[in-house]
Ligand binder design. Sequence first.
Ligand SMILES: [Zn+2]
Length: 405
Amino acid sequence: MSTVHVANGDTVKQLNRSLILNEIRRNGPVPKIELAKKFDLTFTAVGNIITELSDMGFIKEAGYGESKGGRRPILYHMKWDSVYVIALVIGVNKISASLVNAKGGVSDDVTADEESIPLINKIYILIDRLLEETSVETDKISGIGVSAPGPIDPLDGKMLAPPNLDGVNNISMQHLLRERYNLPTVIEKDANAFALAEQWFGHVEANKSILYIFNDEGLGGGLIIHSRIHRGLGNGAGEIGHMAIDMDGPKCNCGNFGCLEALSSGIAIQRRVKEEIRRGFPSSLADDYLNDGKEFTIDMVVHHAKKGDALSQQVLNEAGRYLGLGIANAINLFTPDQIVFGGSVTRLYPEMIPVAEDVAKRRAFSPYARQITFSEAASNNQSDSIGAAAVMLQKLFDDSELLIV
Ligand SMILES: [Zn+2]
């Protein structure tokens, strides 16, 4: 038997307020008449909501629009500094917190010290410091958004046991932060949060679908379908890094063989270069590695590739082609409008994107795959903090009751 939800008057008002606030945020400045037409509301209903939102300080008048016969209509615009969220980024190597406004403007960024104390205590100290140091008024801070490495229990916002984060096991992060700071709190898997940042602050049009690929040390992914994160059962969707590409390929951190992460990620690229040097392939990195025993990073591989090292170029190119194969498979499954690349590998070596694009478009089944756009993430330098912020902002703007308390 299906359940029928009947919206009462308050719910309808709340929904309309959220629709109007989101429209002004996305497409403002806009006049009342346009809002009334777009959402099929009366001019009076829109007027009441506009008055309420102005009184609460979320929107303001922004001059006059074009006249369509009568008086020129007043335009309304978002007051970006009226809403701030605390963006907490839990990374493998770094934990940071900042305040981010509704436009993605980041202020007061603080990073946790390298102390060996439990993660949650480290986070309390960090957020307490942020709140102490900031000049943003406390009543403008409306929530806490957290991005963290998966797996995350989607029902109660628990961090389960991320493979690269020692000592974390079943921490009720969402609950603990909400109780301590008395603010609505949401936690999201990092790649999903970065993908949502593109939707909110990047160049992604509303209602488009994107595949976000986070190629860093590991390789993660996030799916946005019609402006929403697609989580799948148990938050398991988007794991393009563990798509099987080569049955007999190298072992992946997850225990399987030939995953995309084991062929295209930053760690995979470094490992491949080392293997070829040990086999005797000439490379300008060989002396550093073989004689001096130096470990090298993805930055060094890219640096040598740009200076003409054939091995570095070849390995990066191969990683790009494998990435293209993985993307072709993903296109065959859900044919997104855009493929967006974040993370340090494509930030350092954007040349990998056209390589992956060429393979993906040739291999994908649908002739429409040629229309898919491939680009680097607009926010690739600061996507961590604005990703965490976007997760909370989306919740606040969808449920404007949370903004009003
Ligand atoms: Zn894997």
